[in-house]
Design a binder for this molecule. Structure first.
Ligand SMILES: *[C@@H]1O[C@H](CO)[C@@H](O)[C@H](O)[C@H]1NC(C)=O
Ligand SMILES: *[C@@H]1O[C@H](CO)[C@@H](O)[C@H](O)[C@H]1NC(C)=O
Ligand SMILES: *[C@@H]1O[C@H](CO)[C@@H](O)[C@H](O)[C@H]1NC(C)=O
Length: 360
């Protein structure tokens, strides 16, 4: 008997309150408790209570996005205006269960070299597509906010503001032909209620290149400011493999390889107890595969082999990376194709190869 009572108490407590953190556009099903008499909603930051359903009323669609199905209360395409507290009440206004819903914008981040193109989009109807830009660089001193799209129309004053090469594609996609440094900042896609559906962070810079020489057993860690979901980290060594894909650590099975990475936020890795096979090139790339950071790791000891290599070793040096240099910048192998005769980066002035002897 005591056990049953306790169990009952536990169940009641478990049902009493729940919190959901969702993203713009997500769906949710709320459990309807037994014998509800009414269902009400208190919007966040508002004292007003709206009765969504009362005993005796039919179980029908309240609107297109909300359905009361008896067992579940279904909500689709959630937005910030749905944020707040949902309460089921029973006899004598007794609270049966309470759900708190928080809605946040989806987020994306990109890291691009100047001159690259970029597209990003939100799932919004053309008429409800609004895009605002909040600059971060030098442009910020002149303006804190620029409307790029209003109700599905690309704004006309963009060229005058120095924002050239912006295009709008239906339903709600921005295309930038050639990224400039001043385009750095945050882009917000807002719906008809001015609720933010998507926030895009654009970083503009050439890839950062770092080198590090470490001993066996030492620790390696590096990190970059990209949204965790957009984080990709590759290793180019022997063998090459993905360490992180879309923000998730990949399992790697072979014992002799460099294994045992830990993911660090927002987009980086930590590796304790380095082994020889960890020598190589690491790249952090954004969701389009553009390189944000290059980390070249040389293991000490491998250098000794390099000092007096037997003749045949020369043939088996491994290519770790290729850098191209112009007067104004240094690019990794993947960006060398940008250097054309008419490119603003200027002509190619030097090439450097990053080589290392093979590991045993
Ligand atoms: C609350 O309800 C009152 C009366 O209907 C209305 O005037 C007021 O604007 C509402 N407040 C909010 C924050 O919705
Ligand atoms: C949810 O939003 C999508 C995209 O705007 C739309 O196609 C769909 O009809 C919506 N669903 C409901 C139930 O409103
Ligand atoms: C919507 O948000 C933008 C960006 O902050 C702002 O400039 C605009 O005035 C807002 N519109 C309304 C109607 O509040």
């Amino acid at each position: 008997m005591i056990v049953l009572l306790l169990l009952g108490a536990f169940l009641c407590m478990g049902l009493a309150e729940q919190r959901y953190d969702v993203e713009y556009g997500d769906s949710l099903n709320l459990w309807v408790p037994r014998k509800p008499k009414s269902f009400e909603f208190t919007r966040k930051f508002s004292p007003n209570v709206t009765i969504l359903w009362k005993w005796g009323e039919p179980l029908t669609s309240l609107d297109e996005r909300r359905k009361y199905m008896g067992i579940f209360f279904e909500m689709y395409n959630l937005t910030q205006k749905d944020m707040g507290i949902y309460r089921f009440r029973g006899k004598e206004q007794k609270e049966l269960s309470t759900y708190t819903i928080e809605v946040k914008a989806k987020t994306k981040s990109f890291h691009k070299s100047p001159g690259k193109h970029l597209r990003f989009s939100a799932k919004l109807e053309p008429n409800f597509c609004n895009v605002y830009f909040f600059p971060e660089g030098t442009l910020r001193r002149r303006m804190s906010e620029v409307a790029i799209v209003r109700r599905g129309k690309l704004q006309r004053h963009l060229d005058e503001l120095g924002l050239v090469g912006f295009d709008l594609n239906e339903p709600c996609e921005i295309y930038i032909e050639a990224i400039q440094n001043t385009y750095r900042g945050r882009y917000e896609f807002r719906d008809e209620n001015n609720d933010t559906a998507l926030e895009v962070y654009l970083h503009v810079a050439d890839p950062t290149i770092r080198t590090s020489e470490l001993k066996v057993g030492a620790q390696l860690s590096f990190n970059f400011d990209l949204e965790p979901n957009d984080c990709n980290i590759h290793f180019f060594g022997e063998p090459s493999f993905d360490i992180v894909r879309h923000g998730k650590l990949k399992r790697h099975l072979y014992e002799n390889d460099c294994i045992g990475f830990e993911l660090i936020k927002p987009c980086g890795i930590l590796k304790e107890d380095l082994q020889m096979s960890c020598q190589g090139r690491y790249e952090i790339r954004d969701q389009d595969g553009d390189t944000a950071l290059v980390m070249i790791l040389e293991m000490e000891g491998a250098a000794a082999v390099k000092a007096a290599p037997p003749k045949t070793r020369h043939l088996s040096l491994k290519l770790l990376g290729l850098m191209c240099h112009t007067k104004s910048t240094t690019l990794s192998l993947f960006d060398c194709s940008q250097i054309k005769s008419a490119s603003p980066l200027g002509p190619l002035t030097a090439l450097s190869l990053l080589l290392r002897p093979p590991t045993r």
